[in-house]
Design a protein around this ligand. Structure first.
Ligand SMILES: [Zn+2]
Length: 206
């Protein structure tokens, strides 16, 4: 009995250490990626200013202010779409882009054929972030030991990428998942990545 308990505790300890190691090597890999991207950054040829507002639909369980703050942090980050020449400015309403934290049924309601209750979805000018995914992340990220913040920033940048004219892509670039790869449903052998890659720094149809 005691032996059984001890081995249970030990194996839990090993699992925890593995997860920590994975997270450490992952943030190291992320730092290397950002450094590489900076040194090989393409020239920005056009600049855009996009006003956006933040709202909520359906029954929201997440912390709304935390959502608003991380949306702002992500959209104004020098690691993000700013590298494609896009400046995001938050307004209280009437933005060109509406960033919405929505319950699954409300995500699907915007486009019953194009969106699901399970994931986030973009139907211009709406970027709908799924409240359940926002709170719990996805199996693909959780199983790879990725932090909730990283998942959240990935999903914001991915959905806003659709708003900026991007479709989905497949295949890793130097081992990393492009932001427009559907990382929520599977990393497909790539390292998780929450920022647009250098070859994704373009805007169409704004
Ligand atoms: Zn998508």
């Amino acid at each position: 009995m005691i032996d059984g308990l001890l081995s249970l505790i030990l194996s839990a300890e090993v699992n925890r250490t593995n997860l920590e190691l994975q997270q450490t090597s992952d943030s190291y890999a992320a730092a290397i990626l950002l450094e590489k991207q900076k040194t090989a950054a393409p020239k920005v040829t056009a600049t855009y200013t996009v006003t956006y507002d933040v709202s909520y639909r359906g029954t929201i369980q997440a912390d709304k202010e935390e959502f608003r703050n991380l949306v702002r942090e992500t959209l104004t980050s020098p690691n993000g779409w700013a590298r494609a020449g896009v400046t995001f400015k938050e307004v209280s309403s009437g933005g060109r882009l509406h960033v919405v934290l929505a319950s699954g049924d409300q995500v699907k309601a915007v486009s019953p054929s194009g969106c699901s209750t399970e994931l986030s979805c973009t139907v211009k000018p709406y970027v709908l972030i799924n409240d359940t995914r926002w709170r719990l992340s996805t199996d693909s990220y959780n199983n790879a030991g990725q932090s909730l913040k990283k998942y959240r920033q990935m999903v914001i940048n991915h959905e806003v990428g659709h708003f900026l004219g991007h479709d989905h892509v497949t295949g890793c670039v130097n081992g990393y998942a492009p932001i427009m790869l559907q990382q929520s449903t599977g990393l497909r052998g790539c390292l998780a990545n929450e920022w647009p890659l250098n070859n994704e720094l373009w805007v169409r149809g704004l």
